[in-house]
Design a protein around this ligand. Structure first.
Ligand code: SAM
Length: 240
């Protein structure tokens, strides 16, 4: 092969590489615009500004399977395989709002799924805080870990465990959130919540109610009902 022909081939593949990069940039720009539109739409729920800001920073398209990417910025739950879903953005917003998350808090999530909700909470607790998220389906543990790594979250740890018993090794927690519906509030989760802490959990089988629990400084439990919801079931020792 002559030097001239060689250079021609090199130029061609460089041009192809630049074109691909431009297309990827354009795609990212479009996804960013769709994300902004979605988050602006969530303002009607009266969600706190800092939660919306956190959601603006998390690229939800990284947390959905390839075939569902186009739907990443529609306010709907999406299939992530194994009969499980990534929750709808408005539900993530509502739960994060109820949790009153702030910098430095230690959070336990039951039901990592895609890792998206954990990433939003990771934004809200910042580098001085930490999110432990527990998942019982191993391929989803790997999926969540990969997604969180791609999106650059180092303050979130994904664990393969039955989360219905909590995660006693790192207890107590400032906040606990359960992203699957429990038959009742699991006792170990109440025990692993710090005095002054908040837990949010959907309870019920067919008709589920979102419950917010506050543990006061004396350890007393206060529950409030926050409306009807639909979640996949919590499976495990304290689950279905
Ligand atoms: N938070 C997730 C996200 O952002 O993608 C969505 C969670 S999905 C609605 C509920 C998850 O809870 C499922 O992935 C399911 O496998 C998990 N799950 C159910 N029972 C569990 C248990 N005992 N321990 C841990 N995870 C559980």
């Amino acid at each position: 092969m002559g030097a001239e022909e060689d250079r021609g081939k090199k130029d061609h593949s460089e041009k192809k590489g630049v074109k691909k990069q431009e297309e990827e940039q354009e795609e990212l720009h479009k996804l960013g615009e769709m994300r902004e539109r979605l988050i602006r739409g969530l303002e009607i729920h009266g969600t706190e500004k800092k939660v919306l800001k956190a959601m603006l920073r998390v690229p939800r398209h990284i947390f959905v399977p390839e075939y569902a990417k186009r739907g990443a910025y529609i306010d709907t739950p999406l299939d992530i395989g194994f009969g499980q879903t990534i929750s709808a953005p408005h539900m993530v917003a509502i739960m994060c709002d109820l949790l009153e998350l702030s910098e430095g808090l230690k959070v336990l999530e039951i039901g990592a799924g895609s890792g998206y909700n954990a990433a939003v909470m990771g934004e809200l607790v910042g580098r001085s805080g930490h999110v432990y998220t527990v998942e019982r389906i191993e391929p989803l543990v790997n999926f969540a870990r990969e997604n969180l790594k791609k999106a650059g979250y180092e303050n979130v740890t994904v664990l393969l465990e039955d989360g219905s018993v909590g995660y006693s090794r790192c207890a107590p927690y400032d906040r606990i959130v359960v992203t699957c519906a429990a038959p009742d509030i699991p006792e170990p989760l109440l025990e692993q919540l710090k005095p002054g802490g908040i837990m949010v959990i959907p309870v019920g089988e067919y008709v589920q109610e979102l419950i917010r629990i506050k543990k006061d400084n004396e350890g007393n439990i206060h529950k409030e009902k926050r409306g009807g919801v639909v979640f996949v079931p919590l499976i495990g020792k304290y689950g279905f």
